[in-house]
Design a binder for this molecule. Structure first.
Ligand code: NG1
Ligand code: MG
Length: 518
């Protein structure tokens, strides 16, 4: 099966959006008329995602395995002529939602769009999408003048939950701006690359998993994402139908606002991984400097793997290796980390600077000038061990997803093997990468005690959601365990109201698309 590589106003994939959410779409059209006194021309939508496996390795350019959820951001758009003598502008408003307060504002399109980093306001996500694609539109046509747009937004991806509500917003906004300005066959890869870069301007220096999942996913399939040698998205269906199983997503209701905690959580991890890349390059005596790549700071552990084995094994192109060789290389890298990065307690700035032959000021300028991070010690050993071992688990998961299960007993074994990988991933996130939290750990152990095959946090962690592979006949037991021992215990007065968004059976939904209003 192929994923369509472009999307246009003729493309309509209504299977999981319109029939299932008819009321929500009708409300969007009605409110648009009330707000702007005219009907909308089209709707742009992009979903959130849940990540099955491959956490905190996309920014080191390793493969990841997310799937789109059906919750999404929908944006109704009306295009209109800019009055003579005025600047084009975009009027933006939203339909109020929980933690999504009603706002309306105007964006004049007279040059650079300012994104205010200091404010966690949702308007930033629209502006990020817009500022990601404006340069593209300008590059494609030097006479380009943007059209004026009226925009009404509604999102139902829970925010701060690790389900990428922010990316859904950025991607839907970017797609809306492209379509409004007449790009008829929108190249999804271009859209991904632009939104990955522009979302980095809103707070965290993320990888590209969320944007690829949001833009490329196909209904019914998870999406296997590779970043090198180029960005690809491969739809993969679960190979098991018997015995039945579900992917459950449970919200810890610990908010994980990455933009706020970035200096000590997310961005610090990106910096630690990049430092580990440079530290190991030096320890391993690479002859060539690592070529700059698409990772946030331009160097990645995946790039290191490539250059190291090209030099060691005399290969031309280490990106073209078989999965078996890939696994062997990763296993070798784990051993090399254990040898060359022995300090469990982490490394000080002085120690890293000395090893890299630079001053502490140069070190700070190199890794911490564009993005503030706060730490006395950098845990290079643990971060590199997590990345290489998680990349290995993703490869194993991918290979299991290609196997066949001809009997229910085989199916069960296969599901248990997939579940075991989820459990190992959770242990690594908790102990080695330190991106879990007590509440997520508890949701995972409750699910496992009640019969889940495997359980882990999903997304950046430090709160937000968890994902669980559960046999169909255990789904009720798992839900009951969470309700009795987690939600009721923590929120005795309001747990009932929290369950609708709190526990969700996740079905892989479709990626971004445009819908033309007739
Ligand atoms: P969340 O916080 O779950 O949206 C983030 C990053 C991903 C990836 C995961 C961890 C962004 C937009 N997303 O996702 O790229 O690194 O954490 O695997 O920064
Ligand atoms: Mg996000």
């Amino acid at each position: 099966m192929n994923v369509p590589s472009t999307t246009s106003l003729q493309d309509i994939y209504p299977e999981d959006a319109i029939p299932a959410q008819e009321k929500r779409w009708a409300n969007l059209f009605d409110k648009f008329k009330t707000e702007y006194g005219r009907p909308a021309d089209f709707v742009s939508r992009s979903p959130g995602r849940v990540n099955l496996i491959g956490e905190h390795i996309d920014y080191m350019l390793y493969q990841v395995f997310p799937m789109a959820v059906t919750a999404d951001v929908i944006i109704a758009v009306g295009i209109h002529a800019t009055p003579a003598g005025s600047l084009p502008q975009i009027r933006v408003a939203n339909i109020e939602g929980v933690k999504f307060p009603r706002r309306d504002f105007k964006i004049p399109l007279d040059g650079i769009v300012e994104v205010d980093h200091a404010s966690p306001d949702w308007s930033n996500y629209f502006k990020a999408g817009l500022s990601g694609v404006l340069p593209y539109l300008r590059e494609s046509d030097d006479q380009f003048v943007p059209v004026s747009m009226d925009v009404l937004v509604h999102g139902n991806v829970p925010t701060g939950s690790g389900l990428s509500s922010s990316t859904a917003f950025v991607c839907a906004s970017a797609l809306a701006v492209m379509a409004a300005n007449g790009v008829s066959n929108i190249d999804k890869k271009e859209l991904c690359e632009r939104t990955i870069a522009s979302e980095r301007a809103v707070g965290t220096i993320g990888g590209g998993m969320d944007q690829v999942a949001s833009i490329f996913s196909l209904s019914g399939s998870a999406t296997y994402v590779s970043f090198v040698p180029e960005l690809t998205a491969e739809p993969v269906e679960f190979p098991v139908t018997e015995p039945g199983f579900s992917c459950l997503v449970a919200h810890s209701y610990v908010d994980s606002f990455k933009a706020v905690t970035a200096p000590v959580c997310y961005n610090l991890r990106v910096v630690e991984c990049t430092m580990a890349t440079d530290y190991l390059s030096k320890s391993l005596g690479l002859k060539k400097a690592l070529p700059s790549d698409a990772s946030p700071l331009g160097r990645s552990l995946r790039g290191l793997q490539n250059t190291y084995f090209e030099e060691k094994d005399g290969r031309d192109d280490n990106f073209q290796i078989s999965p078996e060789t890939f696994e062997k290389q990763l296993e070798k890298l784990v051993v090399l980390v254990e040898q060359h990065l022995p300090q469990e307690e982490g490394y000080t700035r002085q120690e890293i600077a000395k090893h890299l032959d630079i001053t502490v000021d140069e070190l700070t300028a190199k890794y911490m000038s564009r993005h503030t991070v706060r730490a006395d010690r950098f845990k290079l050993r643990q971060r590199a061990l997590h990345v290489f071992s998680e990349a290995l688990r993703v490869l194993k998961f991918r290979s299991l997803m290609s196997s066949t299960a001809s009997t229910p007993a085989d199916g069960q074994l296969l599901l248990q093997s997939l579940g075991n990988l989820l459990n190992e991933a959770q242990a690594s996130c908790k102990n080695t990468y330190e991106c879990s939290c007590e509440e997520l750990d508890e949701l995972c152990s409750l699910a496992l005690e009640a019969g889940a095959y495997g359980s882990r946090l999903t997304g950046a962690g430090w709160g937000g959601c968890s994902v669980h592979l559960v046999p169909s006949d255990k789904v009720e037991d798992v839900k009951k365990a969470w309700i009795e021992k987690y939600y009721k215990k923590r929120w005795p007065d309001k747990w009932e109201g929290m369950l609708e968004e709190g526990i969700v059976v996740s079905k892989p939904g479709s990626g971004s698309y445009l819908y033309k209003v007739e």
